[in-house]
Ligand binder design. Structure first.
Ligand SMILES: Nc1ncnc2c1ncn2[C@@H]1O[C@H](COP(=O)(O)OP(=O)(O)OP(=O)(O)O)[C@@H](O)[C@H]1O
Ligand code: SF4
Ligand SMILES: [Mg+2]
Length: 368
């Protein structure tokens, strides 16, 4: 791997003497053409979820005529695939677009552009009515188990309602079915008649997981599902998610700040910075050989269980720029310890560096 890596100097040499604006425009039109070309390709039959060039921009300001004059690029041209039964962990600092991406994939936010293939069908343009039959297959577990449960319904009522609305089993069998899902999620049967406020955070999160699973999904977005919980409870919930995944061949998009948790649960990792995916690949590759300078800095902060291996902590200087006004060129150049002249002018392309390992950085070969 090391021998293939281009040094900063080599990469800088490649780009020496280019014409700034002309080069930037050429790169932009090439990426747009590539995105256009990619839309024609059929969905990957081996992936339950395939996201291509997904964008979600929020309009911050409009003219009186309704024309957007200021937009925030919360998710900016993200692509990846997930196989059935796998967990893709998504990491990145606060505000990098993890939640927005999860919600846009589920069509809870309408994508600005791009494709989202779920089980081979592009659902990115689906209206609410088209999404309805898919809602049972695609679920979400939120970070805050306190505000995400209706306070006036019993646990049984919450779970039975979801099963009834989506006609998961005949009405006469709903209670037995709900009790069986509760048992799988570690909830006692007498909780059926109780209200959410009677439970601790960990138990509430089990109820949220049961509510997601009661409709029998195949794909679940877990958005920071343990970060509001005590550390002692976090492991129980993670183990529950793993057990349920194995039993039901669930696929997770697991969003978390906590790299140790992500390392424990994920098969693949996606690293986001200011709305873009900067690195993506198998967990072992990303943890053992992070390539992108942002991933290297992020992962250098993870405590190493082996005291003989010294990992130098990389401290990033500067604040995260605003996604409403991201830096030109590589969005990370204002904080990157390896930044070169080219980086402040031209955005690096997100390329497959080795099979299944993608990275967006000028330090690595960018030519086709
Ligand atoms: N509905 C909205 N309208 C406008 N801007 C939004 C909206 N939702 C999110 N944003 C902005 O989009 C960016 C990405 O937000 P998002 O919540 O997706 O980040 P995140 O990575 O999940 O952060 P955290 O780790 O704090 O949960 C942020 O700058 C946020 O302020
Ligand atoms: S991460 Fe960005 S700024 Fe840093 S070397 Fe790579 S392209 Fe340049
Ligand atoms: Mg979030």
């Amino acid at each position: 791997m090391e021998e293939n890596k281009k040094t900063n100097e080599q990469a800088a040499e490649n780009f020496a003497g280019y014409d700034d604006e002309a080069e930037r425009l050429r790169e932009q039109s090439e990426s747009a053409a590539q995105a256009q070309e990619d839309t024609k390709a059929p969905a990957d039959p081996d992936s339950i979820l395939e996201v291509r060039h997904l964008k979600k921009y929020f309009t911050l300001k409009k003219t009186l005529a309704g024309k957007p004059i200021s937009t925030l690029k919360a998710v900016d041209d993200v692509s990846f695939k997930v196989h059935a039964g796998e967990t893709l962990g998504i990491v990145g600092e606060s505000g990098c677009g993890k939640t927005t991406m999860g919600r846009t994939i589920l069509n809870l936010y309408r994508p600005t552009s791009g494709q989202v293939f779920f089980e081979g069908v592009d659902i990115a343009g689906f209206k609410s009515a088209q999404m309805r039959p898919l809602r049972t297959k695609m679920q979400i577990v939120f970070q805050d188990p306190y505000s995400s449960l209706p306070p006036r319904s019993t646990v049984g009522g919450i779970l039975a309602e979801a099963a009834r609305v989506h006609k998961i089993v005949p009405n006469a069998q709903i209670k037995d079915y709900v009790l069986s899902v509760m048992e799988k999620c570690g909830l006692r049967d007498y909780y059926y008649e109780r209200y959410p406020h009677e439970f601790s955070g960990g138990q509430r999160q089990r109820i949220c997981i049961a509510r997601a699973l009661v409709v029998n999904p195949s794909f679940v977005v877990c958005d920071e599902p343990v970060s509001a919980l005590d550390v002692s409870i976090q492991a129980q919930i993670i183990n529950l998610l793993k057990k349920l995944q194995k039993e039901r061949k669930l696929t997770y998009l697991f969003i978390s700040h906590d790299l140790s948790v992500v390392k424990h649960i994920s098969d693949k990792i996606g690293v986001m910075y200011l709305g873009s995916m900067v690195e993506y690949g198998d967990k072992a590759r990303i943890f053992d050989n992070p390539m992108h300078p942002y991933t290297q800095a992020l992962f250098s902060a993870v405590p190493n269980p082996n005291p003989d291996e010294k990992v130098e902590r990389i401290l990033l200087s500067g604040d995260i720029p605003s996604p409403a006004n991201p830096p030109l060129g590589c969005k990370f150049h204002t904080r990157c310890p390896r930044a070169m002249e080219i980086c402040s002018h031209i955005a690096p392309q997100y390329r497959e560096y080795e099979k299944g390992h993608y990275v967006a950085c000028h330090c690595y070969a960018q030519e086709d």
